[in-house]
Design a protein around this ligand. Structure first.
Ligand SMILES: [Zn+2]
Length: 402
């Protein structure tokens, strides 16, 4: 076979092909290094003599649908200059890998457009081999995210695999990239983050979290100069939970069967954004609220809570928030009184949104992508691979598919 073909198509420079054969649909090129290209792997000297050989097989890029195997006679060389006895260096593969650099590149190119399973099938490799190739590439590109750049970060936790396993992610809120993935939830999940931030000389100005005490105190301890902002998505979600609790309580206490039925069907309507309801849905909702005073109180408080983030400035927002807390405390409803206390305790961090208008909205998008991935029956066998996939999420080079 011509050397220029070997070089341009297979990436092989110093070898010659001694024989070609077909075996089970595959093409086998028997190759060996030309004598004038042999050199000592330790000192580079060309004064070497052959001292035995072994045969190694490598996968190369396919030609059409044909698999290509390079069957190479690898020489054992004795160096006359340095005295080393070593195998010759094979320049077109890395270490003990059984596929060429060219093949690896080809697999990575396919991973841009298909799932690991698709690629494995196409190139006749095992799922694990394709995954290992992709994992090494993702590791090279993403295992050390830039922690010096982010100014605003968001922290959130999410469940992996049916709520059994948790992970905590830290997102650069400006570019949307994940910069850290911690195992578990709560403060422990962030243990690995702080030394990394310190080493990178980070310049984080503001942090957005939910109302969890664990995150709040961890951020206060490790980033004392950063402003903490309590994410409004989480606050609205918490309010929705309380409203639903009121709904369930009133349902359980109601004795009139007709009224019970009215309350039971209203969960979705109560939790929806009131501005988006159709006239018909609105009518149904008001009917339920009319017959139930506690539920009506909780519903209107839920609707008016959003106004905290609609104000012209921080001063106006403070008035709205304080007013809301006061009304909620007088509602006579335990779940609503408890959220009033929570918000009062975190007043500063809620209003700090007017100084840094950041939220964990981007993290919601990431969460949705992770859910999609779960549906694709993606393997969680290898958590470090999963973490690399998360770190590469904002880069669309390798789509987030199984
Ligand atoms: Zn040598």
């Amino acid at each position: 076979m011509e050397t220029s073909f070997m070089y341009h198509c297979l990436g092989i420079r110093d070898q010659e092909c001694t024989c070609t054969r077909y075996e089970g649909g595959r093409i086998i090129f028997k190759i060996r290094t030309r004598d004038d290209k042999l050199y000592c792997a330790r000192c580079g000297s060309r004064h070497v003599i052959k001292s035995g050989s072994t045969v190694r097989r490598f996968r190369s890029v396919p030609i059409g649908s044909r698999q290509i195997i390079l069957e190479m006679t690898v020489q054992r060389l004795e160096c006359k200059d340095c005295g080393a006895i070593q195998q010759e260096r094979v320049h077109f593969v890395r270490g003990k890998e059984r596929y060429t650099y060219r093949m690896k590149r080809f697999v990575l190119d396919l991973c841009r457009i298909g799932t690991i399973a698709d690629v494995a099938k196409q190139v006749h490799m095992s799922w694990d081999t394709v995954k290992d190739i992709l994992k090494a590439e993702l590791g090279r590109k993403y295992s050390r995210p830039d922690l010096k750049e982010p100014r605003y970060i968001g922290i959130d936790e999410f469940a992996v695999a049916k709520g059994q396993v948790y992970m905590t992610i830290v997102v650069d809120l400006e570019c949307g990239g994940i910069v850290y993935v911690g195992n578990g939830k709560g403060a422990d999940a962030l243990d690995g983050l702080w030394p990394k931030l310190a080493r990178a000389g980070c310049r984080i100005e503001a942090v957005s979290t939910d109302l969890s005490e664990a995150f709040i105190s961890a951020v206060r301890e490790h980033l004392p100069d950063a402003v903490q902002i309590f994410d409004h998505f989480h606050i609205v979600k918490l309010m929705n939970e309380k409203l639903d609790k009121v709904r369930r309580d009133t349902y359980n206490q109601e004795t009139d069967e007709n009224k019970r039925r009215l309350i039971k069907g209203q969960r979705w309507l109560l939790l929806a954004n009131g501005d988006n309801l159709s006239p018909k849905a609105e009518e149904r909702l008001y009917k339920a609220l009319d017959i139930n005073r506690p539920l009506a109180t909780a519903y209107y408080l839920k609707e008016s809570l959003r106004r905290v983030w609609w104000q012209e400035n921080k001063q106006d927002a403070a008035i709205v928030l304080d007013d809301w807390i006061e009304q909620a405390r007088q509602s006579g409803l335990k779940p609503i009184e408890s959220i009033a206390d929570t918000l009062a305790r975190h007043r500063k961090g809620i209003l700090a949104w007017y100084d840094y208008r950041i939220s964990n909205g981007k993290l919601e998008g990431i969460n949705n992508k992770i859910k999609t991935m779960k549906r694709q029956a993606y393997g969680y066998r290898d958590m470090s691979f999963f973490k690399l996939k998360l770190l590469s999420l904002h880069d669309s080079t390798y789509p987030f598919s199984g």
